[in-house]
Design a protein around this ligand. Sequence first.
Ligand code: GCB
Length: 594
Amino acid sequence: MISRSFITMIVTVCMGMGSSNAQQLIANVYGRNTQSLNGKWNAIIDLYDQGGKNKIYLNKKPEGKTDFYEYAFENGLRLNVPSDWNSQTPELKYYEGTVWYARRFDAAKGQGERMFLYFGAVSYRCRIYLNGLEIGRHEGGFTPFQIEVTKAVKESGNFLVVEANNTRTTDAMPAMAFDWWNYGGITRDVSLVKTPAVFIEDYFVQLNKYKTDQVDARIQLSEKAANKTIELNIPELNVKQRLTTDANGIVAVSFKVNKLERWSPDLPKLYKVIISSDTDKIEEHIGFRNLYVKGEDIYLNDQPIFLKATSFHEEIPQRLGRAFSEADAMMLLSEAKALGCNMIRLAHYPQNEHTVRLAEKMGFLLWEEIPVWQGIDFENKETRLKAGNMIREMVTRDKNRCALAFWGVANETQPSEPRNEFLRYLVQTCKSIDTSRLITAAFDLVRFDKAKQQFVMDDPFIKELDVVAVNKYMGWYHQWPVSPDKAIWNVAKGQPLIISEFGGEALLGQTGNADIVSSWSEDYQATLYRDNLAMFKNIPNLRGTAPWILFDFRSPFRFHPTNQDGWNRKGLVSDQGIRKKAWYLMKAYYDNIK
Ligand code: GCB
């Protein structure tokens, strides 16, 4: 029998630092027997990339008097894991390059147990070394990966090294310039996951897209073993399924449930689901809901829904750093709750699992996307493969979160055949894992047609999407061609449309010029919101809005010295967490939508 994870490890080891590994992620890592490797790690800043050549991952110590090594991990810089490095010391604020992280750990090994090193994310690419040997590589700063270390790990004194690098490159995602901070480092949780020899590697348990009482499930063992018993229990629904694996170690089943309370933003009900095999048992809380598109409407649990959304980056502005904990998620999501939102667009990359899980508990639908954000090299086949891996890792991690409504495949791309092919590949990759979500992408091509006196958009790719999204900055990047209440939209007719970004910048506390010209004032931002909200009445297929953005966020190309000072100021809430005038307009708008 071939272990899938063993294949994963081989693939991982064989690929270059620039490539990603095609792996089968272990489902629900947070529900397993894990040993946290978070905490203070030792670190070495390697601006000239010399550490690899000097094999510093061996962490050699002088043995004789004439023996010397020009490095040591001990007694130097210490960095918190998880966290970006930029926020931890002033020298690293703008740093783009390599930092080596190292720590020791012991690993009590149970009889027949397997062990995996799990990284929630390392930004942007990394190599992992255990006890002096390279054991894996990963590319992509926002998705998890794991490496099996059953054979490599020792009971005590393991030395783990992570070579993390956040250099921007043209073939990466995101690429050379993007409107957020390029945080580097081990930005999410690290843990040692312990499993039985044969374990429940992956599962998908969700309500059928359309049927109100049918759960579709697929469960996969880590081994291709036939005739193994798998049980799926949902005690509160009296579900007890006893199933038998096929030759691939997989069971796929659909079954009826009675008296199901479907998950919704108003009632985010989750059920305990227990999956067990002869050797393994895993449980988590899963919600069940129907979500589909019919004509120009989006239906949640058979009712048309308007998506009262907002976006945020994975950043705590007050800390000038990446968000990484449940407490961080609570801060971000509470502000969205206060605004009256029922959906979050997690911009512009998969955010940490704490955020996704808490959002589901708090009653938010989610839009999750990979950083296909302007400037992507669509003609590069390697880049396409990387994007495919990222989307696979994202969908695999979150496919059991019923809150997940949309997989986003792109943000602001221009039509071309290579672009279309690239996005089509991403759509197919999503669908190869999960056909139950809606696929979307955000476009910025809408223009005002003078002859027709209407906003129009020409991008044939929208026909391949379930829901079309448009970023449009009327009153900010674009002048009003007619007065807002006369601005009629004729875009993506026959499909639901979301205005996925709109807004403008304001520096908290700045006043003036509300109706004339932007002075980065709160008043101008408020006027701009009033105008856009007036225009929304003229978009017949509008099924959701998402102001850009909930919080001011750091961006290296926001150069204005007094108004911006390295911040994108489009937040409805300032970098200090204070609500701007426009926040109250948006809140009133959402409160009035039933
Ligand atoms: C956009 C991008 C977003 C930017 C925003 C802006 O269209 O999607 O990432 O931050 O505009 O503020 O310019």
